[in-house]
Design a protein around this ligand. Structure first.
Ligand SMILES: Nc1ncnc2c1ncn2[C@@H]1O[C@H](COP(=O)(O)OP(=O)(O)OP(=O)(O)O)[C@@H](O)[C@H]1O
Ligand SMILES: [Mg+2]
Length: 409
């Protein structure tokens, strides 16, 4: 039974509903939240009863704290009520024992703003509720439901990924963007999602056109044209760069929904977008792997790199990131390192490209250029060409009048 548990009349307090199949748990949580400032638990009810969900939403709550219970699957009747009634104004905070594939899909489908572990401290939960409530109030909760461009007009996105640092993600991301730019004869976007210590801007000698922190506030309505105002052109390569925040602490505020909005906007404006990530497995790194059409798993020439790749592949499996979209890039490859054929066999993924030691790599970084601008036919440039060919076709196409050309303002 849904119960009204407190007066909702306090001005400006966030109105919260707590839904759980476990009466004792939800009552205890409501009691723990009761003294929290600026937050009122106005309803609690059973998360498995559509009428309780409907009642909470009809009551105009700002945030629903939804306990996923044992199964973690959101019954479809609840999903329908949620989509029909919330109107983008109610944020969902999911409380779960663990985030598995089924629950992750549910969270994405419903546009959950936050996921919190069931055993989390009260402070962590209330912080998630505040964040979700603020985001919903500013329209942020609508991000996950943002209209997509028609499939035919969507550019491809590719993420460079590794759980091991320093293996060459940024080097290959820059070089791949430059190779795609040449191959497509059209502007290509490169987003630096290695947010804590973004290196693309430094490696290309760029200062951000506009701070990424401003974009976070605009994510709910981000389209291709708005995204362009945040991009800094790299004149020598023709690549348009979304620089990481200059203040690393901004990274903490970047949510999956922001990355999804950036990727969608970029897809609508560019035929190709490259996403550089960090090896820290932050929310943005994971979101990049999730949202991208293709993922290039970068390995260095040593066994720990292969072990990190194994971990990444297992992680993808657990979170329903299809391994069919993942390929390996072996960087700084050397004959005494792991054998490519062995790696393919043990990791179960194809090697899409490999690059040996390239003296031009460090020179290029120090000169603010892609490696191919220093050594056109070196190992890194050749590997990026192979990756680009795999992604957009084997032959270098002639400059074309396509969907994405002539859009630039
Ligand atoms: N094939 C290569 N040959 C020689 N040096 C390379 C090669 N690839 C990358 N490097 C150098 O290795 C260093 C690390 O590369 P890079 O910054 O691209 O790695 P990363 O995976 O992005 O690192 P991080 O995890 O810190 O973001 C850089 O100095 C780069 O110039
Ligand atoms: Mg990097």
């Amino acid at each position: 039974m849904m119960a009204a548990v407190a007066d909702a009349s306090a001005p400006r307090a966030l109105r919260v509903a707590v839904l759980s199949p476990d009466l004792a748990w939800r009552s205890a949580l409501a009691a723990r939240l009761a003294p929290v400032e600026d937050l009122r638990v106005v309803r609690h009810g059973d998360s498995e009863r559509p009428e309780d969900v409907e009642a909470a939403l009809a009551h105009g709550v700002d945030v629903v704290v939804w306990d996923a219970g044992e199964g973690g699957a959101f019954p479809s009747a609840l999903g329908e009520a949620w989509q029909r009634l919330r109107g983008g104004r109610t944020a969902l905070v999911v409380v779960a024992e663990r985030l598995d594939g089924a629950l992750y899909r549910t969270c994405r489908t419903l546009g959950a703003a936050e996921v919190v572990a069931r055993g989390a401290q009260l402070a962590e939960l209330t912080e998630a509720v505040y964040r979700a409530g603020r985001e919903a109030a500013s329209g942020g909760a609508a991000v996950a439901g943002m209209a997509s461009a028609p499939a035919a007009e969507r550019g491809l996105t590719v993420a460079l990924f590794s759980l091991r640092g320093g293996v060459g993600k940024t080097t290959l991301a820059i070089e791949l963007a430059a190779a795609l730019r040449r191959r497509l004869a059209s502007p290509v976007a490169l987003a630096d999602l290695a947010l804590g210590a973004g290196a693309v801007g430094v490696a290309l000698g760029l200062r951000p056109a506009r701070p990424l922190s401003d974009l976070l506030g605009e994510a709910a309505s981000l389209d291709g044209e708005t995204l362009r105002t945040y991009l800094t052109p790299h004149a020598a390569s023709g690549v348009e760069v979304l620089c990481a925040p200059e203040a690393p602490e901004v990274a903490e505020y970047v949510r999956h929904a922001h990355v999804a909005a950036i990727v969608e906007a970029s897809r609508s404006a560019f035929p190709a977008t490259v996403l550089d990530t960090s090896s820290a497995l932050g929310e943005a790194d994971f979101a990049a792997a999730q949202e991208a059409d293709s993922v290039i798993l970068v390995l260095g020439p040593d066994l720990p790199s292969a072990a990190a790749a194994r971990l990444a592949i297992d992680l993808f499996g657990r979170f329903d990131i299809p391994v069919a979209k993942v390929g390996l890039a072996l960087n700084r490859w050397r004959s005494d390192g792991p054998d490519p054929a062995d790696l393919e066999r043990t990791l179960g993924l194809p090697v899409w490209a490999r690059a040996g030691e390239d003296r031009a790599a460090v020179t290029a970084m120090n000169r603010g250029l892609p490696v191919s601008h220093v050594a056109r036919r070196g190992p890194v440039a050749a590997a990026a060409e192979r990756l680009a060919a795999r992604l957009v076709g084997g032959a270098r196409p002639a400059p074309r009048r396509g969907l994405f050309r002539g859009r630039r303002t």
